[in-house]
Design a protein around this ligand. Structure first.
Ligand SMILES: *[C@@H]1O[C@H](CO)[C@@H](O)[C@H](O)[C@H]1NC(C)=O
Length: 261
């Protein structure tokens, strides 16, 4: 092993300059330059390789992050400025429903004049101290959204749900959608993946119970009509206007819906 590099350098030193040797160009001795060039080339290749593998790992992580189904939850943060444009004062008392709700609630609580609560539909297996504190205070609850939400009617001005309804069959959606309309007073917003957007890791499936079924906008809108839940045209208009101004395009489907009167 240790002999190979020296053998290699000897071979390069001896072999490469052959056409140029002799007294023809005594000053131009290519071998030291060639060696330096090769060393530099090698260094560039190594740096390039390390750089590529590092960025490759990064994009792998991004991909995996999306694959576990948190992408529409993080989309809430991107959409937040435009939600403010669309909902104004109705953003004062928000319930978030969906995985990673501790993160969303913590973020919303940093906004001025905003109270926030959260429903975590799945286990909080890897909750940190901050999340546990939110649970202890009753701000975040772990609650199966197939059953009625543990809040009185119109407890919140706005309800935002992300990455949670994709796991429910129409039978349960029939119960859960009216619940979202019931506990809100100024509407609710659904963040949902586009069909074919994500694949889910096997170990996540056990957590969510069933694979996500990402439905098309047409499917959702038909379901809203059937459930007698109306889209909030005013909020849609304001949201889209504000988003277009900043060239914001959501990576998820966003539906603005009305609460029950
Ligand atoms: C959901 O409710 C609608 C009426 O509100 C009904 O027509 C439909 O069959 C229900 N779907 C399921 C799967 O229970």
């Amino acid at each position: 092993m240790s002999r190979r590099p020296s053998g290699l350098s000897r071979r390069l030193g001896d072999g490469a300059p052959v056409p140029f040797t002799g007294s023809l160009h005594p000053k131009s001795r290519p071998s030291p330059f060639l060696s330096i060039g090769l060393v530099l080339l090698g260094a560039f290749l190594i740096i390039g390789y390390l750089y590529n593998s590092a960025s490759g790992r990064d994009s792998f992580h991004t991909l995996r992050f999306q694959a576990v189904g948190s992408s529409c939850t993080s989309e809430i943060f991107q959409a937040l400025p435009y939600l403010k444009n669309a909902y104004g004062d109705s953003m004062r008392k928000i319930l978030h429903v969906g995985p990673d709700t501790c993160t969303v609630v913590s973020r919303l609580l940093r906004e001025d004049d905003t109270e926030a609560w959260g429903v975590e539909p799945y286990d909080l297996d890897d909750a940190d101290a901050k999340c546990n504190s939110l649970v202890r205070k009753g701000i975040v609850r772990v609650s199966d959204i197939k059953f009625p939400l543990p809040y009185r009617s119109k407890s919140f001005s706005l309800v935002i749900v992300s990455d949670a309804l994709d796991y429910l069959s129409p039978k349960y959606l029939n119960k859960t959608l009216p619940e979202l309309a019931r506990v809100s007073s100024h509407g609710f917003i659904i963040f949902s993946g586009y069909p074919g957007q994500r694949t889910f890791k096997v170990d996540e499936l056990s957590k969510f119970g069933r694979p996500a079924k990402l439905r098309s906008a047409t499917w959702w809108i038909r379901f809203f009509v059937q459930s007698k839940i109306e889209e909030n045209e005013d909020a849609i208009k304001k949201f889209e206007l504000a988003a277009a101004k900043k060239h914001y395009q959501s990576g998820c489907q966003i539906f603005h819906l009305k609460s029950f009167i």
